[in-house]
Ligand binder design. Structure first.
Ligand code: AP5
Length: 190
């Protein structure tokens, strides 16, 4: 299974990616997690991207493509992957074939976790207690939402036009969202 999870900050991409990765026995490739690990380890790469992540801006495409490409190449023998948080711009989507493993990156589907900004804000506010670098300042949260609508919103039409988009109502319990994803992907799976 090769799946992209698309959705606003707080829509549940990471939560659902964990469940789907386990179900399909494929790696969970999260661009945000990889970037945060680099920042936390204070690697040279981490120092280059820290300002972007902390302020809620997107990390430049070339840097993201490098780190995601490595992860996808590592996952090539795992019969797929759940991509969480990538691609996030039209340019990343168009350039994805550049970072694809030798077998190509013909996605099975793109799952769009649809949620209102207000619900997303509330979820992030709850998680803020955990101290994630970009959750605690409301201004940063607003920037993440603005950047999402401006930069990632156009991907919905991009994948809809390619008949890959499956829209799921993300404003349900975690279990119900998972079930809706399976319904959207493989109706006989339950
Ligand atoms: P990234 O890590 O991708 O964060 P994000 O898109 O802002 O998304 P979140 O992690 O906040 O939310 P999520 O949709 O994963 O939801 P989650 O499951 O965590 O990116 C962070 C930053 O890295 C970016 O701002 C950017 O700087 C950089 N970056 C990353 N990728 C990049 C790229 N491709 N290009 C450029 N820059 C990039 O859930 C949120 C909360 O809600 C959790 O507490 C969870 O427990 C809870 N929750 C989840 N589902 C439910 C539910 N159904 N009901 C109730 N609560 C729920």
């Amino acid at each position: 299974m090769r799946l992209i999870l698309l959705g606003a900050p707080g829509s549940g991409k990471g939560t659902q990616a964990v469940v789907l990765a386990e179900h399909f026995s494929v790696p969970h490739v999260s661009s945000g997690e990889m970037l945060r690990r680099e920042v936390a380890s204070a690697t040279p790469f981490g120092r280059r991207v820290e300002g972007y992540v902390a302020s809620g801006e997107l990390v430049p495409d070339d840097l993201v493509l490098a780190i995601v490409g490595d992860a996808l190449n590592a996952a090539v023998h795992a019969h797929g992957y759940i991509l969480d948080g990538f691609p996030r711009t039209l340019s990343q989507a168009e350039r994805t074939s550049d970072v694809a493993p030798p077998t190509g990156i013909a996605f099975d589907a793109v799952v769009y976790l649809s949620i209102s900004d207000d619900r997303a804000r509330r979820r992030i506010a709850v998680r803020a207690a955990e101290g994630r670098i970009d959750d605690t300042d409301p201004a940063v949260v607003e920037r993440r939402l603005r950047v999402y609508h401006r930069e990632t919103g156009p991907l919905l039409d991009f994948y809809r036009d390619r008949r890959l988009l499956r829209t799921v109502d993300a404003d349900q319990t975690v279990t119900h969202v998972t079930r809706s994803i399976f319904d959207a992907l493989i109706p006989d799976e339950r």
